[in-house]
Structure formats: structure tokens, C-alpha cells
Ligand binder design. Sequence first.
Ligand code: FES
Ligand code: FES
Length: 156
Amino acid sequence: MIQISLIINGEAVTASVDPRTTLVDFLREKLNLTGTHIGCEHGVCGACTVHLDGVSARSCITLAAACDGHDIRTIEGFDEDEKMNAIRAEFSAEHALQCGYCTPGMLMTAYDVTTRFDQLEEAAIRREMSGNLCRCTGYQGIVHAIQNVFAGKAKE
Ligand code: FES
Ligand code: FES
């Protein structure tokens, strides 16, 4: 076992982990942060996306031990975040979720994309979001929601 200390959603966490434990298993099974979903477990679908030091990362292919000393933010860490709440409102308005399984990962990537860019055309939004798969294929609503977020930014 390895001792790790990291920040999760703004709180200091110290734990003992097996060297092979993935970050998503650590979050879900040790910390009960089940908002981060597990899909493919191969770094393909994006369901497990979290922010690692402020940047989107796949928690299914990141070892918890490798996060020692780092800052992790999961979907639960955005409850009071004005920007995330605006993205959530657009997802809701555009019916950008069906079963909702992909939604936490989609929101995490949408937050990252709308932070890194001031404006993006539809094709670029689709490209930036292409690492997140929706098995319900609800991409149209997701893209519309992100377009609305960018439209809101343009008015600021
Ligand atoms: S579960 Fe991590 S990318 Fe699919
Ligand atoms: S809403 Fe079902 S997987 Fe995307």
C-alpha cells in the first residue's frame, strides 16, 4: 500500500491505496464520490472525466497513487460553481441528456472547453467534445447547450 495526500474538491485527503488502484475506483469506492461514472475503463468514452490540476483527465486510466500532491475536482465539487450551474441549465434547456450516464463527464469537458476558448464554431465544439461519447447519441442537444454557453459569453 502507498500513502497519498491530495486535494479533492478543495479538501485535503490522506489515504492508503494499492499501487494499482485507479483514480475513479478511489473516488467512487473509498470516498463515495459516485458522480464520476465508469464506462469503458479504457480511456475511450470520457464518462470518468475529472479535473486534475484544472485540466480534464480520464480517471479510469489515472492511478490514484500518481495523484499524490495534486488537485482533483469531481462533478460534486461544482455545486456552488456559477459557471457550471450555467452549463447545467443549458444542458437542461436543450434536453442534452437522456439516460444521463455520460452527463457528468460531458459537463466536466464542457466546462474545460468553455474555459479554454472564448468562442468556437459548431465543428470545433464537436471536435473538442469528441473524447466524450454518449451511448444515447444525444449529441445535438449537447452541442446546442455548449453553443448557448458561448453565446452567453459573447454578451458579457
Ligand atoms: S471510463 Fe474512463 S474513458 Fe471510459
Ligand atoms: S445521455 Fe445516455 S449516455 Fe449520454
